[in-house]
Unconditional design. Structure first.
Length: 94
């Protein structure tokens, strides 16, 4: 088994998995068992791809970036930079 799900007393699901010698136990930030199982499958597939060399971890990635990469299915390793506010003028000019 590559990953396991654990339901916390507050109802949120957490995932436990190893990547190399490093243990990860992130919250999946969901109370839905169905969604937790879906995310577990994504993580397990990503680990398989990493182990077979089909994809590689981003060079120099930090622990949070590695976690983000694995949870996103190998697609994202940096935090999204979304502006908090948009000026109306910017929207109208487009």
């Amino acid at each position: 088994m590559m990953a396991s799900l654990n339901k916390r007393p507050n109802g949120t699901w957490h995932l436990s998995f190893r990547l190399g010698d490093t243990q990860f136990k992130p919250s999946l930030k969901t109370t839905s068992e169905r969604e937790a199982r879906r995310r577990k499958a994504v993580v397990e597939e990503t680990i398989k791809l990493l182990e077979t060399g089909r994809i590689n971890l981003p060079a120099g990635a930090s622990r949070p970036e590695i976690l983000r990469f694995v949870l996103s299915g190998g697609k994202q390793h940096t935090k999204l930079d979304v502006p908090r506010t948009v000026e109306l003028r910017t929207v109208v000019d487009q």
